[in-house]
Design a protein around this ligand. Structure first.
Ligand SMILES: [Zn+2]
Length: 181
């Protein structure tokens, strides 16, 4: 059944892998060959599978042997929003976590919202994945002056002016950088 209208979306799981979500069920990629992916329901021993071509479903066998878990999918959505912000912003990670929780409470708060908030993992249990997201975009902080390595985009200010003005690269190294970034 080739049907480009089927609604699927993609979320990143705790390990940083992509999951596919279809009709309230989560699928894991089991096999990838070029732009073709074979997905299997993430519930153990469930026979449901989906084939995608370029992320568009080409074959869906939604023969699940269990009910869907809409609460887990809502939790995944919130965590996904946090992870995207950790990648795109430099706001402190604990602030992003708190802000996203606050947003849930103010958006049309009801029993479902309360249940959702209670199901969000605590900050200590989900902070590592968020720090990992951020680390991917930022250079590692140097521990000594010798480890400072300014090259590529980091030699320019956000306006494109030179940032690194001088580097004698000797023992007792002196770096002179533009402070007006
Ligand atoms: Zn299933």
């Amino acid at each position: 059944m080739a049907n480009a209208q089927l609604q699927v979306k993609f979320v990143t799981n705790r390990l940083g892998n992509q999951n596919l979500v279809h009709s309230g069920f989560k699928f894991q990629a089991k096999n990838k060959r070029g732009i073709r992916t074979y997905w299997k329901c993430s519930t153990a021993n469930c026979p449901a599978t989906i084939n995608t071509l370029n992320n568009i479903p080409t074959k869906v066998s939604a023969n699940h042997n269990h009910g869907s878990d809409p609460m887990q999918l809502k939790v995944d959505d919130v965590l996904q929003r946090m992870k995207v912000r950790c990648t795109n912003e430099l706001t402190p990670i604990s602030t992003i976590y708190e802000e996203e929780l606050v947003k849930l409470r103010t958006d049309d708060c009801n029993d479902d919202t309360q249940e959702l908030v209670e199901n969000i993992p605590t900050f200590p249990s989900c902070k590592n994945i968020m720090y990992n997201k951020r680390k991917k975009n930022l250079p590692v902080l140097p521990k000594t002056v010798d480890q400072i390595n300014i090259d590529g985009i980091w030699t320019r200010t956000t306006k494109g002016d030179p940032f690194l003005l001088a580097d004698d690269n000797r023992e007792g190294r002196m770096l002179d950088c533009c402070y007006n970034v």
